[in-house]
Design a protein around this ligand. Structure first.
Ligand code: ADP
Length: 165
C-alpha cells in the first residue's frame, strides 16, 4: 500500500487543504497529514489544537491519519514509510518556494518524491493567514473553513493568544 504525506502548518486547516487531502486519499492507500511543529514560527493554534481541528475535518476519510512532526520532512517521511510528499499549488507565487523545497528534499533523500496538485479554482486565493486576517476583523468565513474552525477562531480571537509552537 502506498503512503503519502500531506505536510503543513495547518494554522488552521482550510477547505483548500481539505480538498488536497481528500484528492490524495482517493489516489493513495494511506495518507498521513503531518502537522509541522515549528518552534521558531509563531502560530495562532498549538500543534494539539491544529491536529484536533484536522482530525475532526477528516473523520469521514478512513485512510487518512493525522500526526505531527518536528525536524526534516524527509526524515519524517522515511520513518513513516512514505515515499511521496503531496503539496498543493495555488499560484505562481507558490511555485518558486515549492520548487526550492522539492529540490532540497530530493537532495536530502532521492528516494522520496514530491508531487503537486493544483488547487481547486474556488480556493486558489485561500490561505491560513488570510483566514486569520478575516477572523480578526470579523469577516465571513462560511465555505472557506470547516464550521468547527470558525468556532475555534471565534474563541481565539476573543482571547488574542499566540502560541509558541
Ligand atoms: P498556508 O500556506 O495556507 O499557511 P500550509 O503551510 O499549512 O498552508 O500549507 C500546507 C500545504 O497546503 C502546502 O502544500 C500548501 O501549498 C497547500 N495549500 C494551502 N492552501 C491551499 C489551497 N487553498 N489550495 C491548495 N493547496 C493549498
Amino acid at each position: 500500500m502506498m503512503t503519502a504525506i500531506c505536510p503543513g502548518s495547518f494554522d488552521p486547516v482550510t477547505n483548500g487543504h481539505l480538498d488536497i487531502i481528500e484528492r490524495a486519499a482517493e489516489i493513495f492507500g494511506h495518507v498521513i497529514v503531518g502537522v509541522l511543529k515549528n518552534p521558531s514560527k509563531k502560530s495562532l493554534f498549538t500543534v494539539e489544537e491544529r491536529s484536533a481541528l484536522l482530525q475532526a475535518a477528516v473523520s469521514h476519510l478512513p485512510n487518512v491519519e493525522v500526526d505531527h512532526f518536528q525536524g526534516l520532512l524527509v526524515d519524517y517521511a522515511k520513518r513513516k514509510g512514505a515515499r511521496v510528499i503531496i503539496k498543493g499549488l495555488r499560484a505562481i507565487s507558490d511555485f518558486e518556494y515549492e520548487f526550492q523545497m522539492a529540490l532540497t528534499n530530493k537532495r536530502q533523500n532521492p528516494e522520496i518524491e514530491t508531487m503537486f496538485m493544483m488547487t481547486k479554482n474556488e480556493y486558489s486565493f485561500l490561505s491560513s493567514s488570510m483566514v486569520k486576517e478575516l477572523a480578526y476583523f470579523g469577516g465571513d468565513l462560511t465555505g472557506l473553513v470547516p464550521d468547527q474552525v470558525i468556532a475555534a477562531l471565534d474563541r481565539k480571537v476573543h482571547t488574542r493568544g499566540l502560541s509558541n509552537d
